[in-house]
Design a protein around this ligand. Sequence first.
Ligand code: NAI
Length: 311
Amino acid sequence: MPEEKLKLEDLLGSVQRVDETERIDYVAIIGGGLMGQGIAQTIASAGLDVLIVEVDEEHIKRSQENLSTSMEREISRWSMTQSEMKSILSRIKWTVEIADVAECELIIEAVDENYDLKMKIFKSLDKIARPNTIFISNTSTLSLTKIAEVTNRKDKIIGMHFLNPVPKVPLVELVRALETSDKTVEIIKKFASKIGKKAIPVYEYPGFITTRAIVPLLNEAMHILLEGIATAEDIDTAMKLGYNFKTGPLEMADSMGLDEVLAWMQTLWDTLGEPRYRPSPILRKLVRERKLGKKTGEGFFKYDADGTIVH
Ligand code: NAI
């Protein structure tokens, strides 16, 4: 009889432990740029609390302003109400202290596409976060297996490749690194569905599905422009009318951020060695001039404060 009692207690204990690891109500996001803001809005819309970590107060201010501007744009298009915006913002907090993420049940990294930076962040998170907390990276092209190496929780590292604009795109690629456990995959699949995203599982490989397929198209559009075959406006119009694209490739690159697009192309070119990924010189030139697209007001096109092309 005591033996049976023990078994029952063991069983109850393990059920509690499973619940504990799977409960995700409070999510940290490292990096409050374009993607961090969109991910935060999406998660907060699903009723979860979010803490965004940024480098300094100036970046926090910019992040808050950009997030508010993009939600106000949604309100003006009737796709959001004032009270929805208010309730989303009430669930998002900002901090400059990475140590504040200690109590979060899930951590999503969305900083610049750079190995050294991401690895430095994962290394410190590994010391700060609870041992059972899963770490997610939003990288588009970098190896999660390599990033995971700096942690002591390789089974709990996984990629969630959200696409811009995150609140509008119903897809997320779920990227499995070499040592990601089945349990981590299951938990994150459920999390994706909770925040309204369809998760497509992919194995780790530079660019996964979406970045790998779109980058050569963006690059080709840039080559067409550079070779003087058509204007930027006509290239985008031709692709929109010809192939039923909602956005032309050059405006799409501007929306993604030309520095990010260049970083993806560079990684794909370095790791896969295919000429189709070699970044167009015009992209390098714009990035050198800090014309990074919508986020700086100019890239292939010029934009007003609302992010609309100025003709
Ligand atoms: P972004 O440049 O808009 O934002 C990056 C943010 O990270 C900046 O605000 C920067 O201040 C912050 N940051 C840098 N170091 C930090 C640190 N130590 N602690 C806290 N914050 C820090 O870049 P974006 O576009 O949001 O990209 C972020 C990641 O998402 C990249 O890995 C990119 O490849 C990926 N991604 C980007 C997409 C896009 O369309 N832009 C689409 C899918 C993925």
